[in-house]
Design a protein around this ligand. Structure first.
Ligand SMILES: [Zn+2]
Length: 78
């Protein structure tokens, strides 16, 4: 299946119902068309090798965001 690279942040970490995307590290995940459409990627590794873990829903895609993880940025440049 064709896959795309997209910037993404951890999803499901809302504390007190407030969703804070500021200060979160923006990684890059590989996703397929269906995940791109839903905006959420589960069971995926970022380019730097991170998973979203058990406490988070997955990776929330944010295609407009600037990637702030230096490792992901470097690998995505290729
Ligand atoms: Zn990363």
């Amino acid at each position: 299946m064709e896959s795309t690279l997209s910037p993404a942040i951890l999803s499901g970490r809302s504390v007190n119902g407030v969703r804070s995307e500021q200060g979160m590290v923006v990684h890059v995940v590989r996703c397929n068309a269906a995940e791109l459409k839903s905006g959420l990627v589960k069971h995926a590794y970022t380019l730097c090798g991170r998973t979203h873990g058990d406490k988070n829903d997955g990776w929330a895609l944010c295609s407009d965001a600037a990637v702030t993880c230096p490792k992901c940025r470097k690998k995505a440049e290729k």
